[in-house]
Design a protein around this ligand. Structure first.
Ligand code: C2E
Ligand code: MG
Ligand code: MG
Length: 685
């Protein structure tokens, strides 16, 4: 339609002026012809004969008035217009031009060169009619041309645009419907070049979408994998293990499937990490994980739970003996040595096993059953660890009761802390040469409300594991410092005190500010405080301990390595420790009189002490013979039941007063040390 109108309009631009000019030209021609006919009729005609002009009246000239130059009317005929004063200077002039007629005044040449004026009325309707009929025919032609042009445009548009576009839309719709909500496939389309770019654009959009969708899918797969796998070993992680365990339990409950859960933990992993670095540690974990995975069948599951802990689900286990066989194989593959950057590494593992259905009770509740079987394996693993590691243990009920007892102990310890059931005892130490008291070791005591005294060897490790040792240790330190300061004030100014510090306090306890505060609050001079840390704790993380030890010694307190000889000290480290004292473990002292090996060890420790300029304290001296031996060997200080058992503060104060050899740094010592009597057994007990 638009094309039609445009064509029509553009033709009108030419037609209308041409019609108008034709119309004008015909009008002028009509006047010219009539004038020349009238002129011919009146030329050289005497005025009285001018009536002949009447014959000219017809369908074109409808009215005529002839007058002479003076305005005298000579002829008047037909449909003449009102007489007007019309004697202009010359030429014809149109007077009026309305409703199909035109009134005009002409100047004519009459007889004998006289001038005649003609006022005429011409009928122009024929000119109008012709113009109208011409206009109509022109319009018809123009409309036809426009229609034809529009049709051509329509056909061309349909051929080249509308149909292909419809086709394209149809194909897109079909492609979308066929894709059922997914990204549709690219379309194959090549009908006209004009539409191709559209189709190409669509296809490239689809390709881009598909590519993005593929990337999203890969990412999703990766995230899915990452959520269920451990990045180091690529083994399933705890989440996936829990899912797998649920599935296994569901099968077991319906299908009579028996299975076993193995918890596998690397022994001394922290030591490996510290000794060789985390890269080697990681490598070892990955290697062990890989070996465990390779050893098990496809239907079994090997997952990594935490740092150095793996779990294995073995399906179709006939009996506990079969599970034991698997545990042996797991241990054997894990302990095979392997090379890494020039190191030959050999891990050992501890394994805890729990079997379904033998070891469980919660048959009704799948969740509880899963928890129970894993807990049982964990109890068995702890048993392996506490029995010396590098072994497997099958869960049994007595383990559970041991664990329950331990948990109860933990609860009781919490209560004991709240209720202040602890006490600090003091065990004196003497200078072996003078037998004067040098100070004491503070030892914690716990009197359980129903079970009586419990050994620190039992509850300290539990307090360490439960994190309570930080609070308890602080209390012991503060109590020991305060009591010692008070003793110093009451006449024993040279008395010192040694306080045991657990490895946990060392690594997590923010020890330095805590010790400083205890010293400040008690007013005890730092040089009278010695901190004892066991050799095994030192060797647990030597680099970190060396740091802490340096910080502490800078503040003036003294440091001792406790139970020396049992903790596999690397002698290379020893020279880097800012340590003042080595305490030989009492196990070596006990057998000193009948075990040559122990004699050699004690002698060696004393030699080391001398070399590194450290004092050596012998623990657990129980008789004079041991004391004499130590003296002969050049040992500085002795501590043990032979001198005194640990005592509470009241007994300790009384004991100090009774002690015949005095206290170092007091007047009594100077008085007495010259004529030192030989101690009898009863003096010491
Ligand atoms: P330790 O630090 O080596 O303490 C010496 C242990 O040997 C004490 O045992 C003491 O009573 C005992 N002992 C001393 N002389 C003799 C002797 O002649 N013969 C025998 N058979 N034993 C003797 P205790 O008090 O039972 O403490 C055991 C361990 O518990 C301590 O060993 C120490 O490692 C830990 N411990 C004790 N008190 C504390 C404490 O306040 N804090 C920390 N962190 N650990 C403590
Ligand atoms: Mg100690
Ligand atoms: Mg000791």
């Amino acid at each position: 339609m638009l094309v039609l109108l445009v064509l029509l309009a553009s033709q009108m631009v030419f037609l209308v002026p041409s019609l108008w000019s034709q119309h004008q030209a015909e009008g002028a021609a009509l006047q010219r012809v009539q004038k020349s006919q009238l002129q011919a009729a009146v030329r050289n005609i005497e005025p009285e004969n001018l009536a002949v002009a009447k014959e000219l009246i017809g369908n074109k000239l409808t009215g005529l008035t002839l007058s002479d130059a003076q305005g005298k009317i000579l002829v008047r005929v037909g449909d003449v217009p009102e007489m007007v004063e019309i004697y202009p200077q010359g030429g014809a002039e149109v007077i009026s031009n309305k409703s199909g007629t035109v009134d005009t005044a002409w100047r004519l040449d009459g007889a004998k060169e006289s001038t005649l004026w003609a006022l005429v009325r011409l009928d122009k309707s024929s000119v109008f009619k012709r113009t109208i009929s011409r206009t109509v025919s022109y319009l018809l032609v123009a409309v036809s041309i426009s229609i034809a042009g529009a049709m051509v445009a329509l056909i061309t548009a349909a051929r080249f645009y509308i149909n292909p576009l419809n086709n394209l839309v149809k194909m897109l719709r079909e492609s979308r419907e066929a894709s059922e909500g997914n990204i549709p496939d690219p379309i194959e389309y090549s009908e006209t070049e004009d539409i191709d770019p559209l189709a190409d654009e669509f296809n490239s959009l689809i390709e881009a979408q598909k590519k993005a969708a593929r990337q999203v899918k890969v990412k999703q797969q990766y995230l899915e994998f990452a959520a269920h796998h451990d990045p180091l070993t690529h083994l399933p992680n705890r989440l996936m293990f829990e899912d797998a365990l649920k599935g296994t339990i569901a099968d077991a409950m319906t299908g009579q499937l028996n299975f076993a859960v193995f918890l596998v933990d690397l022994d001394n992993f922290k030591f490996f990490n510290d000794q060789y670095g985390h890269l080697v540690g990681d490598k070892m974990v990955a290697e062990v994980g890989n070996r465990l995975r390779t050893m098990m069948r496809d239907q079994d599951l090997v997952a990594r739970l935490d740092g150095d802990e793996f779990v294995v689900i073995q399906k179709d286990v006939d009996n506990r003996a079969a599970a034991e066989e698997v545990a042996k194989r797991l241990m054997s593959v894990a302990t095979q040595p392997y090379e890494y950057r020039g190191f030959t590494l050999k891990a050992s593992v501890s394994v805890g096993i729990s079997c379904y259905p033998q070891d469980v009770n919660s048959f009704e509740d799948a969740d509880a059953l899963g928890e129970e079987i894993v807990n049982n394996a964990s109890v068995a693993l702890q048993e392996s660890k506490s029995n010396g590691k590098n072994q497997y243990q099958l869960f049994n009920e007595s383990m559970r009761s041991r664990l329950t007892a331990r948990l109860r102990l933990e609860q009781d310890l919490k209560l004991a802390l709240q209720e202040g059931q602890f006490e600090v005892y003091f065990q004196p130490k003497i200078n072996i040469n003078t037998r004067a008291i040098t100070g004491s070791e503070a030892l914690v005591r716990w009197k359980h409300p129903t079970n009586g005294y419990i050994s620190p060897e039992i509850f300290v490790p539990v307090a360490e594991e439960a994190g309570m040792i930080i609070e308890l240790g602080e209390w012991i330190l503060r109590t020991a410092c305060k009591a010692t300061y008070e003793l110093q004030q009451s006449g024993y100014p040279g008395l010192n005190v040694a306080v045991n510090i657990s490895a946990v306090q060392f690594t997590d306890g923010n020890l330095l500010p805590l010790v400083n505060k205890a010293l400040k609050d008690s007013k005890l001079n730092p040089e009278y405080l010695e901190l004892e840390i066991t050799e095994s704790a030192v060797m647990h993380d030597p680099e970190e301990v060396i740091n802490s030890l340096h910080q502490l010694s800078e503040f003036g307190m003294r440091l001792a390595i406790d139970d020396f000889g049992t903790g596999y000290s690397s002698l290379a480290y020893l020279k880097r420790f800012p340590v003042d004292t080595l305490k030989i473990d009492r196990a070596f002292i006990t057998d000193i009189s009948n075990d040559n090996d122990d004699v050699a060890i004690v002698a060696a420790v004393l030699g080391l002490g001398k070399h590194f300029n450290m004092k050596v304290v012998a623990e657990g001296v129980e008789d004079e013979e041991q004391l004499q031996f130590l003296k002969a060997q050049g040992c500085d200080i002795a501590q043990g039941f032979y001198i005194s058992k640990p005592m509470n503060i009241i007994d300790y104060r009384e004991w100090l007063e009774r002690w015949p050899y005095g206290v170092e740094g007091t007047k009594r010592l100077e008085d007495l040390h010259n004529d030192m009597p030989k101690a009898s057994g009863s003096d010491f007990a």
